[in-house]
Each structure stands twice: as structure tokens, then as C-alpha cells.
Design a binder for this molecule. Structure first.
Ligand code: SIN
Ligand code: MN
Length: 267
């Protein structure tokens, strides 16, 4: 898959691109089932809200076949390779739950702020790709973005270790107020299978989920190989040290896997 000139222009101006319908229902269903099984497991990679509900599962592409295939999917890897003009490796891989009734807030932040400060990543040449596994609605804690906020580089931030179970370099209210006055705030919503790509410096966050509707989103962070991290401080299952270039799988690999799982279940 290649981005059009218009998509490239939009991305440069706004700092994000939303592409509905990138994955089919059949492909997404298997990812949803696998995510639930991972959340039900007892592994160090699964972080929980204070309530015990799952918040995020790290590195699922290293221990789950469906997520391995997603992590090397040409529909995700292709556009980012095109943008950076080189091969990519996986810097981080998260399956974020935002669980029904109990999913908590993600405070306003820039991801590259964390990659630079905590992992020693030289440049913001890494991209977040969000794959919607559940329907993302205005009511179930969608990701909110401040358009054009990627233009100002890395902004001053404080290390918040209190608000949630996830330590994050967060922005203060004055900064967010100023950026939102300039760019507004958007919350792309849509059916499972939609893909949202956003710049490492784009300011984003999300509110809690008090609805009965879970909002699972998978986040791949694809980094240009030459931009690999230099000074990691976090465990290797959060900030990966394997800089091997990703070789994309076949476009139908996830679909074939989903079908084989269904056939096995029917036996
Ligand atoms: C993130 O910013 O890394 C996650 C936000 C979310 O899943 O709502
Ligand atoms: Mn983030």
C-alpha cells in the first residue's frame, strides 16, 4: 500500500492520517480474540489499571502469532517505509484496552518526548500506527489529537508517575490550551479495521471509558532503522533492542491465519 500525494501533504500539515477499512472484519476478529486471551493471562507484559482491568499489553508481536503477522503487515509497514525512505524496526508494540466501565485516562503527551528522554531515540523518525480492534466511538474514550501540534518539536513536559499505572511525560494545561486554540482537537472514530497514523510529536491523549463498550486499539511504533534507540532505560519488552529490519509478510497472511484458527475451532 502506498500513500497518495494528497495523503502525504495532509500528514505533513496535520500530523495524522486516518484510513478507514484497512483491515476486514475477519482479520480484526482474530486479533480481538487473541487480545482477550492475552489480557486474561498472567504475564509481566500486561499492565493493569488500579481496578485490575487490563490497560495495555506490551510486545504481543513477540509471543502471539496473530500480532506477529500484524506487526509485519505490508498495509502498515509500507506507508511508513515510504515516508521515512528506509527499512523499519519495531520500537514498541502495545495492545491498549480502554476496558468497558474502567479504562482510565491517558494524559496529554507527545510520544517522541518519551522515546527521546527514556530511550535515547535521536530523531522523531518513528511513527505510531493505531489499528482499531473495536469500534472507536465519541463515547468510549477515543484517542484525541491536536492537529498541527507536531510542528513545534519536543515540548517541555513533567514525568507523571501518579495519575495512572503508566509513567508518562505529560504536558501542562497552559501548553495544551494554547495548542488547542491554534489547532483544535479531533477524535477520529470508526469501525474496527480503521488505521490512524500519527507523528511522534503530535500531542494526544484520551479520556476514561465509563461505557459498556471496550475500545481496544493496537499501537505499533515503527522506527527507521538508522534512528534506533541509543540509551534505553526501560525493559526491552517496552523499548525493543532488536533493530532487525522488518520483512513484511504477504498481504493475506493475517487472513489466512484467521481462517486456519476458525477451521481449528470448528473441528
Ligand atoms: C497512547 O497514547 O499511547 C495511548 C492512548 C490511548 O490508547 O488512548
Ligand atoms: Mn501516546
Amino acid at each position: 500500500m502506498r500513500l497518495t500525494d494528497e495523503q502525504l501533504r495532509d500528514f505533513d500539515e496535520q500530523g495524522y492520517l486516518f484510513m478507514p477499512g484497512c483491515f476486514t472484519e475477519e482479520e480484526v476478529d482474530v486479533l480481538r480474540d487473541e487480545a482477550q486471551a492475552i489480557y486474561a493471562s498472567d504475564r509481566q507484559e500486561v499492565w493493569r489499571e488500579k481496578s485490575g482491568a487490563p490497560r495495555t499489553a506490551f510486545a504481543a508481536h513477540t509471543y502471539n502469532e496473530a500480532f506477529r503477522l500484524l506487526g509485519a503487515h505490508p498495509r502498515l509497514v509500507g506507508p511508513v517505509e515510504q515516508l521515512f525512505g528506509e527499512k523499519l524496526y519495531m520500537h514498541q508494540f502495545k495492545v491498549n484496552a480502554k476496558a468497558a466501565f474502567s479504562g482510565e485516562v491517558w494524559q496529554w503527551h507527545q510520544d517522541y518526548g518519551t522515546w527521546a528522554r527514556d530511550d535515547g531515540m535521536p530523531e522523531p523518525r518513528a511513527m505510531n500506527i493505531a489499528v482499531f480492534i473495536d469500534e472507536v466511538m465519541p463515547i468510549n474514550g477515543p484517542l484525541m489529537l491536536i492537529p498541527r501540534s507536531h510542528k513545534g518539536g519536543v515540548l517541555p513536559a513533567g514525568h507523571d508517575k501518579q495519575t495512572t499505572s503508566y509513567p508518562l511525560w505529560t504536558l501542562d494545561q497552559d501548553t495544551v490550551t494554547k495548542l488547542a486554540a491554534e489547532g483544535g482537537i479531533v477524535a477520529p472514530t470508526g469501525k474496527p479495521g480503521g488505521v490512524l497514523m500519527f507523528h511522534g510529536n503530535l500531542v494526544h491523549g484520551s479520556a476514561g471509558n465509563i461505557t459498556p463498550f471496550g475500545r481496544t486499539i493496537v499501537y505499533l511504533t515503527l522506527c527507521a532503522v538508522s534512528n534506533h534507540i541509543r540509551k534505553p532505560t526501560r525493559p526491552d519488552w517496552i523499548a525493543h533492542r532488536d533493530f532487525t529490519p522488518i520483512e513484511p509478510v504477504a498481504d493475506d497472511a493475517l487472513l489466512a491465519y484467521a481462517r486456519s484458527r476458525r477451521a481449528m475451532a470448528a473441528e
